[in-house]
Write a protein that binds this ligand. Structure first.
Ligand code: SF4
Length: 408
């Protein structure tokens, strides 16, 4: 018996009418839910209250989020066929929640060159990928223009592939190395083929929390500046939160409020992705600085609260099979979620931290998980567009060059 999913299953809509669940909730929660159903999104204080719900209040919250998802996003659940490429694990930043980084002298440190990156992109394209998701450690040995050069190499060989790459931390570092202001640097990457950036390195957007997690990491003001600059130069991004470590619900509510305000200003976020902290192999856990929360109810209150809070601003709410595992990720579709994320093909960051959901989930398996929840799977592009009629291919020049090299 899986206790986590049994606990979660008791939270899911079971045919009890929504108005009865809401009427039975605590008065203030019922009021927030009724207003959300009438398209009045919760305030920051209200979402904080929602994040703390338990029992019947949480059941009512989940059922309300499911209804709002049905109205705003329908029954289709999207996913993207993509591949992660983590081009280096060498990093000097030393985030306390990260088990992926290595010092350059460690035996399993690596730094992939252009040919290796292109080989991974070629494999991904062969397997039907439309997106390469590319991030790495902050490696001082890399050249100042390496990010740009990687983009040029990838897009020269695979012009159609969408490159979703470089967190705000990497953008900050690249901008410093090249002595270019953020706008200029991001425009250069855009012109080299950058399609969008991951809104990672957000963790919790609070400088005191960030000081505990990683005092060398990009601070809140800089994260905002980089992400909004990206949006303004035409590079959209995702938005994320990493929860379940040292933060309070007030920090989470403030983070959500900040993301919503930025979205109202720029409209540049494509989706919101709550990410449960994977603790096992991290310094944060090993130093006793964090008492991790179990997967289950905490994730469901997060997803459901986000569905209501972002109503009218961010329509796409993504689950994470990497963080939750397949079964719980599928169940989360009943708590306001409408996107299943990507196939990934090579997930290593969460695996190194102790996640055990695997490195790859095939499109067929994702579709089966979505159908198991009575929903309709649909493959999408990174920017939530219809798929192209034809699969992506390498240019003739790339194909010819690689056909000429035996074993390449
Ligand atoms: S999270 Fe990124 S920046 Fe932080 S230590 Fe890990 S690889 Fe480096």
């Amino acid at each position: 018996m899986n206790l986590v999913t049994d606990e979660v299953r008791r939270l899911l809509p079971d045919g009890t009418p929504l108005d009865r669940l809401v009427a039975e909730a605590t008065t203030d929660i019922a009021g927030i839910l009724e207003r959300a159903l009438a398209r009045q999104a919760p305030t920051k204080d209200e979402v904080e209250r929602l994040l703390m719900t338990t029992g019947g209040d949480l059941r009512a919250l989940v059922a309300t989020a499911d209804q709002v998802r049905r109205e705003d996003a329908g029954d289709v659940v999207t996913y993207v066929v993509n591949r992660n490429v983590n081009f280096t694990n060498v990093c000097f930043v030393n985030c306390q929640f990260c088990a992926f980084k290595r010092q350059r002298w460690e035996s399993d440190a690596y730094n992939h060159g252009t040919d290796e990156v292109l080989g991974k992109v070629a494999e991904a394209v062969e397997r039907g990928a439309t997106e390469i998701c590319m991030q790495g450690g902050i490696n001082p040995q890399m050249g100042a223009f390496t990010y740009r050069d990687m983009l040029v190499a990838i897009k020269s060989a695979f012009p159609q592939i969408h490159v979703h790459a470089f967190s705000p931390m990497e953008i900050m570092y690249g901008s410093r190395r090249t002595n270019m202001p953020y706008g200029e640097y991001l425009a250069m990457l855009r012109d080299a083929g950058l399609g969008s950036i991951p809104g990672t390195a957000a963790e919790i957007l609070d400088d005191e929390v960030r000081e505990i997690l990683s005092h060398k990491k990009v601070d809140v003001a800089t994260w905002i500046e980089i992400v909004t600059t990206a949006h303004r130069v035409g590079v959209p991004s995702t938005a994320t939160i990493m929860y379940g470590h040292v933060e309070t619900t007030a920090h989470v509510a403030a983070h959500l409020a900040l993301v919503r305000r930025l979205q109202e200003e720029t409209g540049g976020f494509t989706e919101f992705v709550p990410l449960h902290f994977i603790h096992q192999n991290t310094a944060l856990f090993q130093r006793g600085l964090v008492r991790p929360t179990a997967n289950g109810a905490a994730d469901f209150s997060m997803y459901a609260a986000c569905r209501l809070f972002f109503r009218g601003t961010i329509d796409n709410l993504q689950t994470s099979w990497v963080k939750l595992g397949h079964e719980l990720a599928a169940l989360s579709l009943a708590a306001g979620v409408n996107d299943f994320g990507g196939t990934l093909m090579e997930e290593s960051i969460s695996r190194e931290a102790g996640a055990d959901a695997g490195e790859y989930t095939s499109a067929a398996e994702i579709e089966q998980l979505i159908r198991s929840m009575g929903r309709i799977p649909r493959q999408r592009t990174t920017l939530y567009k219809e798929l192209p009629a034809q699969p992506y291919v390498a240019t003739a020049a790339y194909s010819a060059a690689h056909a000429a090299v035996p074993g390449a």
